[in-house]
Design a protein around this ligand. Structure first.
Ligand code: FMN
Length: 168
């Protein structure tokens, strides 16, 4: 088990990274990120997911255009598309794959690899590009790479007393 204080510090230290070095991340690091995804909990342990590992620069560029021309996707070393198999878990596919994305992001951070959740994405076109079945959910495409420049400043969080309510 990990020391909880250290774990909390680790969680707080994570940032969304939108600047990547050219140097590619290793296959070992990619495998660690995929493993973190694979070991994510899921409703009834259905594991309704598949991952596409994208290293091809042309495809990364095309995805960046489908994400409002987010240049950092094109500049990433690798991106992982997280696919939800709706037929495997019609009710919980979204929740399960969302958890996968967090597992992968945290594993990446532990490896000093940056990433950023991409919400702004033309999913219909991205599904065509990546040959993903119309029946499946394309949750997101996470771009990964070594952090270029300074780690961004901490982002704002609401105070706990503003978001917490107690029932005793
Ligand atoms: C569901 C979701 C969608 C997001 N979509 C985008 C996006 O399309 N483009 C982007 O640059 N960042 C995106 N982000 C990153 C957020 O802007 C970022 O997590 C937030 O500002 C907090 O910053 P932090 O991750 O550094 O703590 C998204 C994050 C989440 C969780």
């Amino acid at each position: 088990m990990i020391d909880p204080e250290i774990f909390l510090k680790f969680l707080i230290s994570r940032r969304s990274i939108r600047n990547f070095q050219e140097k590619p991340i290793s296959d070992k690091e990619i495998d660690m990120i995929l493993e973190a995804g694979r070991w994510t909990p899921s409703a009834s342990n259905r594991q309704p997911w598949e991952f596409i590992v994208i290293k091809n620069k042309e495809i990364l560029k095309a995805i960046s255009k489908l994400a409002g021309y987010a240049k950092f996707i094109e500049e990433s070393s690798v991106a992982i598309a997280i696919i939800g198999k709706k037929k495997v878990s019609p009710k919980w596919c979204l929740q399960d794959t969302s958890l996968v994305s967090m597992s992968m992001m945290l594993m990446a951070w532990s490896l000093n690899v940056g990433t950023c959740w991409i919400g702004n994405l033309n999913r219909e076109k991205a599904k065509e590009l990546l040959k993903i079945s119309k029946d499946d959910l394309l949750l997101t495409v996470l771009p990964f790479g070594y952090i270029k420049g300074k780690v961004p400043q901490q982002t704002y969080r609401k105070d706990l007393d503003k978001i917490k309510r107690e029932i005793v």
